[in-house]
Design a protein around this ligand. Sequence first.
Ligand code: CUA
Length: 313
Amino acid sequence: MNWLRDWMLPSQNSAYARDYDFMYMSLVGLSAFFFLLIAGLCLFFVVKYKRRANDGPTPHITHNLTLELVWSIIPLIIVIGIFFWGFHGYMNATVAPGDALEIQVTGKKWLWTFEYPDGMRTINEIHVPVNKAVHLIMTSEDVIHSFYIPGMRIKQDVVPGRYTEEWFRADQAGFQQVFCAEYCGKSHSQMLAKIFVDTPAKYAEWLEKGDEFTQTAPLKEVGQKVWENRGCKECHSIDGVKGQGPSFKGIWGKMEMMSDGKPYQIDANYIRESMMYPQAKVVKGFEPIMPTFQGLLREREILGVIEYIKSLQ
Ligand code: CUA
């Protein structure tokens, strides 16, 4: 039956997926068995009891108590058994183990953001250790989305104004695709995220240094990615247009008047301080509304932002 399962279902990447598939294939098998039994008997009786020319009048049979009890009680026992089997699986899928790694998930048109317990945030991409339970606590900022990982066999609506949860324990390292499974507008089909299941050593390295891109790409490109993905671009334009914060274009090396009335030159130390302690020196004319990025950016990402700003002359 494995070939049939592989043909019908995506690859299995957690113990839960195996339990789930076993139950699913058992129900398909059970349904197929009864379909063939009932349809086969129908056909058989149609042929066997076809009225022939020399038959007498049709006998009048009202019912058969034994037969009726058999075809009621046996299916009843089967479906009650399926209920408890399914309920057990449902509880298993619903209640995350207490030692799980908790990741906050936020859906918004049209991306997924993730926040780790230490405050690190990622967009459309998470890394998780293999063989470790991962508990997702999810909400939406706008409409209803649905966080769907086919390889783990989990799918749960992500609803504005409330929290929903799901969990998985990946049992092999590799890549898992996440889909949004609730139509949420124009770019619904592109609302994708990637899950990288890492060995414990690789996971620790990722936590510290970031992915391959962050570790090896030129700093300017690392900075550009941070600007795009970590929320900088919501307030800081790169074309000189004033937003909630100053545009990045042309600020490198400039003397700016701060809100305390003193001028200050925009250099690497100023940019770094502004990311870690945004309220320390606010450029005059802007509100002190920037959140801190302390603990959220890795060293190369901070350097990257500085290099990126430097490049925007
Ligand atoms: Cu989000 Cu569809």
